[in-house]
Design a protein around this ligand. Structure first.
Ligand code: UD1
Length: 439
């Protein structure tokens, strides 16, 4: 994990020659944030599970390493992943793996439900502020688990979890997912109230249903789970497309004024972004599995506020702020989910963006922004995506360090951008930019 102002030992960097509108088509991969919980949920099954449309990403490989360390078998055949959970023999997830990714905490629910115990170190992850797991732990306890916390490790025990009424204080994606997996095998009925309803949560519900669990959505933010043992898959499960990846390419098109067709996505999962783009004067056409961004000469300033789904996603906030530097006038972007998600702001300012951050909001002055290439550093995954969009919008060369963050979440990033006509390549962070006086 690399802290803003801390040293990042990854010498790789992305070289971008900007100033050209993106054009053409891009095909979206399977959703990272679906793949991770679905891989964890596969541990609940009593026979091998096949997942298709699995994105080949570092985070996905990492969660497979965690499962492998527990005794499961994970075999990739391109984007098809077979998980054999029948050989799981341990319930203690290794710190060395878990510390690298917050989503590894999602092994807790299935381990506890299936084996009656889980020992999982508190997770690390992206540099986007403190991200506690108190909601997960309180809810496990409501199902009857005993929770202890010693030397940075959560010990959860409960031979028989019992269905309960769980109310989440925060509509947390991870807590909802962990509890869905725990209650899938609990005795009786569990009601999850005020839960997250992100498309990735819905994908996990569909996957658990495909394993034989009776789960129903009963009104907004309310899911009812009838626990069951002996879960088995009857046919491979196809992971939904990544709405954040799709949104990133759509925003890269808008930022550069280009016309791009985003293929193999689900526009119905992207309504908040699409509506916001239309409000900004961008022409967006949608089909069942694609959306098309028309070239735009002028973009209107706007207000954006991140919210749990179906609101505007926090994972697209940095990319949207970047695009708003080309809007005429003042925009305001407010972050309500992860308040420390502005590590990219000083880097964008170095590139010439007129930004002023005040607490959890950034004021973007499009009239005072003129992006030029510069060496910059990303401190988290979506920050890297935002700086890439800025570099594509800017005149001249940019060098983006912090490549280790990018590989966590964007499959074939360089190839996909190159396919849209971008000049991008992987290089070393010692590369000296041409025609550039930035230090
Ligand atoms: C997931 C996504 C992440 C996305 C986020 C919000 C994955 C692997 N990651 O992260 O990309 O940005 O949803 O859409 O799916 N919180 C608590 N206590 C808890 C749990 C959460 O206070 O026990 C707080 C967090 O600090 C944060 C907010 O709730 O401020 C939302 O977090 P959560 O929805 O849990 O995000 P993740 O599941 O970690």
């Amino acid at each position: 994990m690399n802290k803003p102002n801390g040293a990042n030992s990854d010498s790789r960097a992305l070289l971008v020659v900007g100033g050209k509108p993106l054009t053409g088509e891009v095909r979206i991969s399977g959703a990272k944030n679906s793949a991770l919980p679905l891989i964890c949920a596969s541990m609940l099954a009593d026979s091998p599970v096949i997942l298709t449309n699995v994105p080949l990403l570092q985070d996905v490989h990492l969660i497979c390493e965690v499962l492998t360390a527990l005794g499961a078998r994970c075999d990739f055949n391109n984007h098809e992943l077979t998980i054999d959970p029948t050989s799981i023999s341990r319930q203690d997830a290794p710190y060395e793996l878990v510390r690298k990714m917050r989503a590894s905490f999602l092994v807790t629910g299935p381990l506890l439900a299936k084996f009656g115990r889980a020992e999982v170190p508190l997770p690390g992850g992206c540099n986007i502020g403190p991200r506690p797991v108190d909601e997960h732990l309180r809810a496990f306890a409501e199902l009857g688990a005993e929770i202890e916390f010693k030397k940075g490790v959560v010990y959860a025990r409960g031979d028989t979890l019992k269905g309960a009424e769980v109310y989440f204080n925060i509509s947390s994606v991870g807590a909802t997912e962990n509890l869905l997996m725990a209650s899938a095998m609990a005795e009786g009925v569990t009601t999850l109230e005020h839960c997250a309803e992100e498309p990735e949560v819905a994908d996990l519900v569909d996957f658990l249903v495909s394993l034989g669990v009776d789960i129903r959505w009963e009104g907004p933010r309310r899911i009812v789970v009838h626990g069951k043992r002996d879960l088995r898959q009857s046919e491979p499960y196809n992971i939904i497309p990544d709405r954040i990846e799709a949104g990133t390419y759509a925003l890269a098109a808008v930022g550069t004024g280009g016309g791009v067709q985003v293929k193999n996505c689900r526009p119905q999962h992207m309504t908040a972004l699409i509506e916001k783009l239309r409000e900004m004067g961008v022409e967006v056409e949608t089909g069942d599995d694609r959306l098309t961004i028309a070239p735009t000469e002028k973009v209107e300033a706007t207000k954006v506020r991140t919210q749990p789904y179906p609101g505007f996603p926090t994972d697209l906030q940095p990319q949207m702020t970047t695009v708003l530097t080309r809007a005429g006038g003042l925009s305001v972007v407010t972050e309500t989910i992860f308040e420390q998600r502005f590590s990219y702001v000083p880097e964008l300012v170095r590139m010439g963006a007129g930004l002023l951050q005040q607490e959890n909001a950034v004021v973007v002055d499009g009239n005072k922004s003129r992006l030029t290439g510069a060496p910059v550093e990303a401190y988290d995954l979506r920050g890297f995506a935002a700086l890439t969009i800025a570099a594509l919008m800017a005149q001249g060369e940019s060098l983006i360090a912090g490549y280790n963050h990018l590989v966590r979440g964007y499959e074939d990033f360089i190839e996909k951008l190159t396919g849209l006509g971008a000049e991008v390549k992987l290089t070393d962070r010692s590369y000296k930019l041409k025609n550039n006086n930035h230090k």
